[in-house]
Design a protein around this ligand. Structure first.
Ligand SMILES: *[C@@H]1O[C@H](CO)[C@@H](O)[C@H](O)[C@H]1NC(C)=O
Ligand SMILES: *[C@@H]1O[C@H](CO)[C@@H](O)[C@H](O)[C@H]1NC(C)=O
Ligand SMILES: *[C@@H]1O[C@H](CO)[C@@H](O)[C@H](O)[C@H]1NC(C)=O
Ligand SMILES: *[C@@H]1O[C@H](CO)[C@@H](O)[C@H](O)[C@H]1NC(C)=O
Ligand SMILES: *[C@@H]1O[C@H](CO)[C@@H](O)[C@H](O)[C@H]1NC(C)=O
Ligand SMILES: *[C@@H]1O[C@H](CO)[C@@H](O)[C@H](O)[C@H]1NC(C)=O
Ligand SMILES: *[C@@H]1O[C@H](CO)[C@@H](O)[C@H](O)[C@H]1NC(C)=O
Length: 349
C-alpha cells in the first residue's frame, strides 16, 4: 500500500510537471497559415497537426460526451449570466470568418461571464456557430455518439488579458460555452434579427479576408435557453477546435438544446466559403478523451448520489482516504491535476 501511495505521488508530481511544461511552452512554429474542413484537399482536420503541432495534443476538443459516464459534481456552480443582458455601449460585428464560420464579435463595454467554478471572471469576445449539411451532422461535440445539426460557441477570455491572441496562450485563458441545437418544426424567432443580416456576409474573397458588417445590439440572453440561472452543463478541459488547437480552454457544454427550424438552418447553409462552396460541415471530428473526466452540474435522476470518494475529483488528492482504489485515482488523475492547477492559477491571479 505504501509503495502504491508513493508511486501515485510520483505520478502526480510527474503529471503536474508534464502538464505545466506543455501548458507553459509557447506557440509551436507552423509552416502554413491555411487550413479548412476538407480532408480531401490536404488542409483538412486530418492534416492540421502537421502544421499546428498542438492539434496532436492529449487534451483536444471537441469530444463525444458519454452522458452516463459523466460525474455529477455537487460543487460545480451555475453561471451568473447577468452580464449577458448588457446592450448599451456594446458594439456587434457580424463576420463571415474567412469562410470558416459565421461569427459575432463583441467590442465596447465588457460582457462578463461569472460563476461556474471559473478561476476568474471571463469576458465575452465573440460567438460563432458550427453546422452541418444534414440534420445529424454539424455540432462539434457529440452526446452518446449523436451529433446535433448545429453548435453555438460563446468564446470568453480571462478578463485580465487584452485579447484572445494573448489569452489563448495562457493556462485556462479561455472559457467557451457550447450549446447544441435541435430541429424544431417552428422557427426560433429569437434568431430572426441575427439571421436577417446574413445576406450581407454571404461570400468571402478568400480565407484571409473576412466579410464583416456592423449589426444592431441585442441581449444575448435571448439566444439562449430560458432559465439560464440554473443552466446545467458538462465541464471538461480541452482546446480550441480550430488551428492552432491550443489546450487552454475550460469547456462548458449545456445539457439543454436550443431549438432551430430547418428553414433557419438553411440560412446558415446558404453562406459561402473561400472555395465558393456552400459553407457547411465546418466542424472538427471528435477527439480522444484520453485521461480526462467530464463532470456535470446535472444531478443524476435515478442513480444514487456520488460518494465522497468520487467527488474527490474536485479536491486535492489525498492518499489517506479509505476506500480509494488506486485504479480509480489513476483514472481520475488528470482531472485532479487540472483542478489543482486551476486552484493554483486562481490564487496567483
Ligand atoms: C437578464 O435578462 C433576463 C431576461 O430579460 C432576465 O430574466 C434576468 O433577470 C436579467 N438579469 C439581470 C441580472 O438583469
Ligand atoms: C431534417 O429534419 C426535418 C424536421 O425533422 C425534416 O423535415 C427534414 O426532412 C430533415 N432533413 C433531412 C435532410 O434529413
Ligand atoms: C458510455 O459508457 C458506458 C460505460 O462506460 C458504456 O457502457 C457505453 O457503451 C458508453 N456509451 C456510448 C454511447 O459510448
Ligand atoms: C493583443 O494584445 C497584445 C498585447 O496587448 C498586442 O501586442 C497584440 O497586438 C494584440 N493582438 C491583437 C490581434 O489585437
Ligand atoms: C419560418 O420563417 C420563414 C420566413 O419568415 C417563413 O417563410 C416560414 O413559413 C416560417 N416557418 C414556420 C414553420 O413558421
Ligand atoms: C460580402 O458579402 C456580400 C454579399 O454576398 C458581397 O456582396 C460582398 O462582396 C462580400 N464582401 C467581401 C469583402 O467579401
Ligand atoms: C486574399 O486576399 C488578399 C486581400 O485581398 C490578397 O492580398 C491575397 O493575395 C489573396 N490571397 C489569395 C490566395 O487569393
Amino acid at each position: 500500500m505504501i509503495v502504491m501511495e508513493l508511486s501515485l505521488q510520483r505520478f502526480y508530481i510527474t503529471s503536474v510537471l508534464i502538464l505545466l511544461s506543455s501548458m507553459l511552452t509557447a506557440v509551436n512554429a507552423y509552416a502554413v497559415d491555411y487550413w479548412n474542413y476538407d480532408n480531401s484537399g490536404g488542409y483538412g482536420p486530418d492534416k492540421w497537426s502537421e502544421y499546428y503541432s498542438d492539434c496532436a495534443g492529449m487534451m483536444q476538443s471537441p469530444i463525444d460526451i458519454n452522458t452516463t459516464d459523466v460525474l455529477y459534481d455537487p460543487d460545480l456552480a451555475y453561471f451568473d449570466f447577468s452580464g449577458y443582458n448588457l446592450t448599451n455601449g456594446v458594439d456587434l460585428t457580424l463576420v463571415n470568418k474567412g469562410g470558416h464560420t459565421a461569427e459575432v464579435l463583441y467590442t465596447g463595454k465588457e460582457v462578463l461571464l461569472k460563476g461556474g467554478n471559473l478561476p476568474a471572471d471571463y469576458r465575452l469576445v465573440q460567438f460563432h456557430f458550427h453546422w452541418g449539411s444534414t440534420n445529424t451532422t454539424g455540432s462539434e461535440h457529440a452526446m452518446d455518439g449523436m451529433h446535433a445539426p448545429m453548435e453555438l460557441h460563446l468564446v470568453h477570455i480571462q478578463s485580465r488579458f487584452s485579447n484572445a491572441s494573448v489569452a489563448q496562450l495562457k493556462p485556462f485563458g479561455l472559457a467557451v460555452l457550447g450549446f447544441l441545437f435541435e430541429i424544431s418544426p417552428e422557427n426560433n424567432t429569437k434568431y430572426d434579427e441575427l439571421l436577417s443580416q446574413f445576406y450581407k456576409i454571404q461570400t468571402v474573397v478568400n480565407n484571409t479576408q473576412d466579410n464583416e458588417t456592423e449589426i444592431g445590439t441585442f441581449s444575448l440572453y435571448e439566444l439562449l435557453p430560458e432559465n439560464l440561472d440554473k443552466l446545467d452543463f458538462y465541464r471538461y478541459f480541452g482546446s480550441l477546435t480550430t488551428p492552432p488547437c491550443y489546450e487552454s480552454v475550460i469547456w462548458s457544454v449545456a445539457t439543454e438544446k436550443i431549438p432551430i427550424s430547418e428553414y433557419q438552418l438553411n440560412i446558415f447553409r446558404s453562406l459561402y466559403d473561400d472555395q465558393h462552396q456552400h459553407l457547411k460541415d465546418d466542424f472538427r471530428p471528435v477527439q480522444n478523451i484520453d485521461k480526462r473526466t467530464v463532470t456535470t452540474t446535472k444531478e443524476p435522476a435515478v442513480t444514487e448520489p456520488m460518494s465522497s470518494t468520487q467527488v474527490t475529483v474536485f479536491q486535492c488528492p489525498t492518499t489517506e482516504k479509505p476506500g480509494n482504489s488506486a485504479s480509480f485515482l489513476v483514472g481520475q488523475n488528470l482531472n485532479v491535476v487540472l483542478v489543482l492547477l486551476l486552484t493554483i492559477f486562481k490564487v496567483l491571479s
